[in-house]
Design a protein around this ligand. Structure first.
Ligand SMILES: *[C@@H]1O[C@H](CO)[C@@H](O)[C@H](O)[C@H]1NC(C)=O
Ligand SMILES: *[C@@H]1O[C@H](CO)[C@@H](O)[C@H](O)[C@H]1NC(C)=O
Ligand SMILES: *[C@@H]1O[C@H](CO)[C@@H](O)[C@H](O)[C@H]1NC(C)=O
Ligand SMILES: *[C@@H]1O[C@H](CO)[C@@H](O)[C@H](O)[C@H]1NC(C)=O
Ligand SMILES: *[C@@H]1O[C@H](CO)[C@@H](O)[C@H](O)[C@H]1NC(C)=O
Ligand SMILES: *[C@@H]1O[C@H](CO)[C@@H](O)[C@H](O)[C@H]1NC(C)=O
Length: 504
């Protein structure tokens, strides 16, 4: 175990391991007062890591001084992207002027001074299409990563102009990307007590955001509504779905027509998913049989802490986080140079993905002006936001789900098969083990192919409101690796046709 193993390829899931951290972890367990000193270590390592991904946020978090210039606009305005952001490559698509493209901020009422930034793209097909919100993970990474590299309407081309994405999810939906939790991306506050530490805070803010959004866009409030996202959003998504559902039931605000939620390579049930690391790593031949045996022993301790975390919360969760992530560290230390988000790939030097164009693009003067963000810097990934969620990490968000699927709200859990970080095996296990009225029937349901252009693009299982899909030839970021299949997945699922093999 050498200190140089620090630069592990984590972005959406910045898990940082170091010699120093490991050697202090026992002490931390014995003496919880040491947690804060470990957190700052964590941050420094995370910063190094973000840089190794070719991301260089100029700030660690958007907490701006009170009374400073701040953002110019606190409400959205329609954006003329072609005029203000530069050329959109229209050789392959329609002109942008035909569509409603928006960006802006909403103030969050249950915060001291937080403003949440978002993009909104009206559907390229029909404004009656469902409204879909996308949440990226981290915790602490901007949803612009997905917008520009996964499923947004545009990709950024070499000279920083925008090109239509033929498989953008805005082809079948009215699509929202938000920067959250507070402090991430262009979202900001002037009061650091607005930082969020758990899914209660996160889901309340998102609920308030949606209320503000539908107030501004009443015609979209009638549409079907879906929550989607990836990675650490495996925590956010069930929390938000549950928050929306209870808001609807209590007639709290504008009713939101929640029809379903989809989790892509997510972390939802940490206890089960950490137990799957060793098995998946063995299956993918990353480790030996004897490594596997020893990881099984280590998991006993991890599981104990995780159970305690889910009973007691707080410091037990910080301890569980450290102990359990040691399992991942051990696998990683055996396979340096591998891209853990996509085992088919190697990392070149310390770089595994290059998302730097997004930062360059969003920091351009004309773009920032067009987006109305004023002096706010773009924080691609925030280590401070990440650190603030340490005690949330090992909590089990699956517990929110049965009540939702029982009420007929659809859940799609999908996973690219080559991702180690939130691997399909761990996801499949929690889905199978979930206690709901359809558990037995789901368990005995047939696995069927997911066909795209007549070819098997994945394997899926369905019963009632619940669908699981393993996506072939994809890593952690399914819409980036399999854009066409991911668009068809979303469309078929929203139309209720995903599970029927004839449904394309
Ligand atoms: C957007 O900008 C283009 C180029 O300047 C202009 O031709 C077009 O009329 C503008 N559209 C709107 C809706 O303002
Ligand atoms: C513009 O789009 C066309 C068709 O998709 C593509 O072939 C071309 O490379 C794009 N140009 C740039 C600069 O991205
Ligand atoms: C959009 O869909 C609605 C309802 O199906 C339909 O009435 C309308 O004509 C469609 N609009 C366009 C532009 O296709
Ligand atoms: C970027 O490249 C595209 C396609 O070659 C071109 O149309 C556009 O003018 C270029 N934009 C800039 C700012 O150079
Ligand atoms: C486009 O909108 C129409 C309604 O106007 C709908 O019937 C159709 O399914 C939509 N197409 C896609 C690809 O979602
Ligand atoms: C499953 O859920 C039901 C209803 O909430 C409960 O009565 C039962 O004890 C649960 N079973 C297990 C194995 O947790």
């Amino acid at each position: 175990m050498e200190a140089k193993t620090l630069s592990l390829p984590f972005l959406f899931f910045i898990v940082i391991f170091s010699q120093i951290l490991l050697s202090t972890s026992r002490r931390i367990l014995d003496d919880p007062s040491d947690i804060s000193s470990s957190a700052s270590l964590w941050s420094r390592n995370a910063e190094r890591l973000i840089k190794s991904f070719n991301l260089m946020p100029k700030r660690d978090i958007n907490v701006i001084p009170k009374g400073s210039h701040g953002a110019l606009r606190l409400v959205e305005s329609q954006r003329n992207f072609s005029a203000t952001i530069g050329a959109v490559n229209t050789s392959s698509g329609p002109s942008v002027q035909e569509f409603g493209h928006y960006a802006g901020y909403y103030s969050l009422p249950h915060s001291k001074s937080a403003k949440m930034f978002y993009f909104f793209f009206e559907s390229r097909n029909n404004s009656t299409d469902p409204v879909v919100i996308w949440l990226s993970g981290g915790p602490g990474c901007s949803s612009s990563v997905a917008l520009f590299y996964e499923n947004g309407p545009f990709t950024i081309s070499g000279n920083l102009s925008l090109t239509w994405n033929d498989f953008g999810w805005d082809k079948v939906s009215n699509l929202i990307y938000v920067d959250q939790p507070i402090g991430t991306g262009f979202s900001y506050t002037s009061d650091s007590s607005d930082l969020r530490h758990d899914e209660v805070g996160v889901s309340n803010d998102l609920y308030d955001f949606l209320q503000a959004f539908f107030k501004e866009h009443p015609k979209f409030a009638k549409n079907d509504f879906y929550i989607t996202g990836e990675s650490y959003a495996g925590h956010y998504i069930p929390a938000l779905a549950s928050r929306v559902h209870s808001g609807n039931k209590k007639n709290e605000g504008i009713p939101i027509n929640l029809k379903g939620f989809a989790i892509g390579n997510g972390l939802t049930n940490s206890e089960i998913q950490y137990g799957a690391y060793g098995d998946y790593a063995l299956e993918m031949k990353l480790i030996s049989e004897s490594d596997h045996e020893s990881l099984k022993q280590d998991y006993v301790e991890c599981q104990g802490f995780t159970k305690k975390c889910n009973l007691d919360g707080g410091l037990a969760c910080a301890s569980a986080f450290e102990v359990c992530n040691d399992i991942f560290y051990q696998i990683a230390s055996k396979t340096e140079g591998t891209n853990y988000y996509d085992l088919r790939k190697k990392c070149v030097g310390s770089q595994c993905y290059d998302f730097s164009k997004m930062e360059t693009f969003l920091n351009q003067e004309n773009v920032r002006k067009a987006l109305g963000v004023g002096d706010i810097k773009f924080v691609s990934c925030s280590t401070t936001v990440y650190d603030a969620m340490t005690e949330d990490w090992m909590l089990n968000l699956e517990v929110k789900i049965p009540a939702l699927v029982e009420d007929g709200i659809n859940l799609l859990v999908y996973a690219g098969e080559y991702d180690l970080v939130c691997n399909w095996l761990g996801n499949s296990r929690w889905v199978e083990q979930m206690n709901w009225s359809g558990q037995k029937d789901f368990g005995s349901a047939k696995t069927v192919p997911f066909l795209v252009d007549g070819k098997e693009a994945g394997l899926m299982k369905n019963h009632g409101s619940l669908t699981f899909l393993k996506v072939h030839d994809a890593g952690h970021m399914v819409p980036m690796d399999q854009p066409k299949a991911s668009l068809q997945m979303l469309q078929n699922w929203m139309q209720g046709k995903l599970a029927t093999p004839s449904g394309q």
